[in-house]
Design a protein around this ligand. Sequence first.
Ligand SMILES: NC(=O)c1ccc[n+]([C@@H]2O[C@H](COP(=O)([O-])OP(=O)(O)OC[C@H]3O[C@@H](n4cnc5c(N)ncnc54)[C@H](O)[C@@H]3O)[C@@H](O)[C@H]2O)c1
Length: 306
Amino acid sequence: MIGEALGELRRLLTHRTWSGTGRVVVVTGGAGGIGSVLCHRLAGRGASVVVVDRDGERAAAVAAGLPGPGRHAALDGDLTDPARIEAVLAEVERRAGRIDVLVNNTGMTSAERFGERSLASIDREIAVNTLSPLHVTRLALPLLRRSSDPRVVTTVSLAGIFPQAETPIYCASKFGLRGAMLSIALDLHAEGIRVGSVLPSATDTPMLRREAVEGGNALQFQSGPPQRAEDVVDAVLSLLDRPRLEVYPKPAESRLVRLAMAVPNLLPTLMPFFAGKGEDGQRAYLEDLLRRGEVVRDGGGWALAR
Ligand SMILES: NC(=O)c1ccc[n+]([C@@H]2O[C@H](COP(=O)([O-])OP(=O)(O)OC[C@H]3O[C@@H](n4cnc5c(N)ncnc54)[C@H](O)[C@@H]3O)[C@@H](O)[C@H]2O)c1
């Protein structure tokens, strides 16, 4: 027991670079902001990357542009549909016979306020952000079990540990996903399947641009401009290099929110102190997007440029 713990400690402290050579990696949401950068970096490490996304055209374009010696592929499908998940995994099995790394990265958010949302839209967000990655992970297990070094990496969110008044369903979906992935990690540890999650805060991707335009959660702009997708991808790769349960792309920010969660009853008093800075940050982000041609002014508000 002590020997095992020491072995684990030694493994955690010894840095090595995960090699993708000969590895089969499946990235869901692979056509998106974080997903497409991740696919490039994994392919650059030699992996064969399967880009899965409900936007089949963008997935195909990402797969076609991937570097490296791997045999890349794109598969399209809405992963909230279990039949489609099964079809995607059957195709991966036909092409590669196994999965070495599954990256659960699909996600969405809605800026619609809780009091105005339809039940169907609430169900949809939970289905996309929580049920779908759990279904994919469950159905991918037989293919992961054929790997000599199986891994599951999930893009959760800092919203998985800290409440956001404007986007409670996103929080619910990510709190649930975080808890499930921690539990699955403990459950699968004994059979050698390493499960870890990355918990990013605001990241400049199509999802965040859409949210900012629609007036979603402003608090996430508290600590300056959003990070780049590359920063999140660095964190994902670090999980592959050094398997852990969780990694935070912005460690200082994560410590602050975890500290705040030690005293949740103080949140109603504390939050107003941060609101102004968040709103300023959101405005600055929108101005930056305007300069970059990503958004346009639309009456008194904003709209995506394309
Ligand atoms: N951008 C941020 O600020 C941020 C912060 C924390 C966590 N995250 C998480 O990072 C992950 C990636 O998000 P992103 O910012 O790159 O967003 P994105 O919108 O650029 O990419 C998400 C991708 O997932 C795909 N997708 C969505 N639903 C799907 C479904 N049902 N089936 C198949 N594909 C589907 C979309 O087509 C899109 O290509 C998400 O899980 C998101 O919640 C993002």
